[in-house]
Design a protein around this ligand. Structure first.
Ligand code: SF4
Length: 352
């Protein structure tokens, strides 16, 4: 079976070309055609010798998964696509033409990519988490999600916040990041990349050593360990204090400020006293907290807090001196449910 070319890094591809007696710049040409010029076959790479094109075609593929479904929000701010991985499996990718974490709009186009089909972490408020884990995506499948949207127009940011826990698929995630930031790849600035995790300590420590200046968002979702374990059942026995320590080390190594994400669930973790407890734990750390009012997707018993509850939580955090924002949401009718398109597809396949 042919190997997908984007499952190799550029250095690995160049090393492979070396065994064929081809110089490195040929590997760079292939990367440029595949990622920036949107070539769908080696035949289109007209500045490569015909013999090389044919050799590439015999050994590699650069096919991309086709779209099964797309949805665009009424204000055009958000587009979601369901990509077909074959064998009944599919993943979601979203483009947001605004910055969900800073409320700025100008010049931003952010792709939210998935790293796994399903997810084993099982967060009780997440549609993907309720589906269970199917498999890790390959680097090529992660890169293909960005490619799908860059074929339409340039993008500025990529967030690893879609389906799956990126740090549980570390090698493929890192390979994809290298293609994103490599000058011969997509050439996206490192600061435009953010990895979002429930807080897997060892992989965070590993990421801190990769000499990358990418952002890190760690999901807290609770002011205390007991509630956090209930909301995020399979994140291991890590404590909030251990997470904060790991975040601080990441920050020191990369010079990037950590964001802590906090999904607000009505009556579960949105009380003012819970905000005060959280603020006390976070006080003194140069961090940012992003409050995310829950979008009902997974549990029948979970609800989005009313705006005044969100504001009250925000006020408590700010009074305590914690740098806190509420996530901007546009195109809410489709952005709401990460994993929802896939859920619908799985439901349909079970009922037809
Ligand atoms: S929120 Fe993220 S980590 Fe939690 S179950 Fe969903 S995809 Fe997995």
């Amino acid at each position: 079976m042919k190997q997908h070319l984007l499952n190799l890094s550029l250095s690995e591809l160049a090393a492979h070309f070396d065994t064929w007696g081809e110089p490195r710049y040929r590997a760079e040409q292939v990367a440029l055609w595949t990622l920036r010029k949107g070539a769908k076959s080696f035949e289109e790479m007209t500045d490569l010798p015909r013999t090389l094109r044919s050799r590439l075609n015999n050994e590699f593929t650069i096919t991309s998964p086709p779209a099964l479904d797309t949805q665009t929000a009424h204000d055009n701010s958000t587009t979601k696509v369901l990509l077909d991985l074959g064998k009944g499996e599919a993943i979601e990718t979203v483009r947001m033409d605004y910055d969900p974490d800073s409320n700025r709009i100008e010049g931003r186009s952010t792709i939210c990519v998935s790293t796994q089909a399903g997810c084993a972490i099982g967060c009780i408020f997440c549609a993907t988490g309720q589906q269970g884990f199917t498999r890790n995506l390959t680097a090529a499948e992660i890169v293909a999600q960005v490619l799908y949207f860059t074929r339409e127009r340039p993008i500025t940011n990529v967030v690893f916040m879609g389906m799956g826990e990126p740090l549980a698929n570390y090698d493929a995630m890192l390979r994809a990041i290298r293609w994103l930031v490599d000058e011969q790849g997509f050439n996206i600035r490192q600061r435009g990349i953010t990895v979002s995790t429930v807080g897997l300590i060892r992989p965070i420590e590993r990421l801190a050593k990769e000499q990358l200046q990418i952002g890190l968002t760690i999901s807290l979702h609770a002011p205390d360990d007991e509630l956090r374990r209930y909301l995020i059942p399979n994140a291991g026995n890590v404590t909030i204090n251990a997470l904060l320590e790991t975040g601080t080390k990441y920050q020191q190594a990369t010079k990037r400020r950590i964001t802590y994400a906090y999904a607000l669930l009505e009556g579960v973790n949105d009380k003012p006293e819970q905000a005060r407890t959280l603020a006390k734990t976070l006080r003194g750390r140069p961090i940012h907290v992003n409050l995310i009012p829950y979008n009902p997707t997974a549990g029948d018993n979970l609800r989005r807090p009313k705006p005044d509850r969100v504001l009250a939580f925000l006020r408590e955090m700010r009074i305590a001196g914690i740098n806190t924002t509420v996530r901007e949401e546009r195109g809410i009718e489709i952005a709401a449910a990460c994993g929802q398109l896939r859920t619908d597809m799985l439901d349909n396949s079970q009922t037809t």
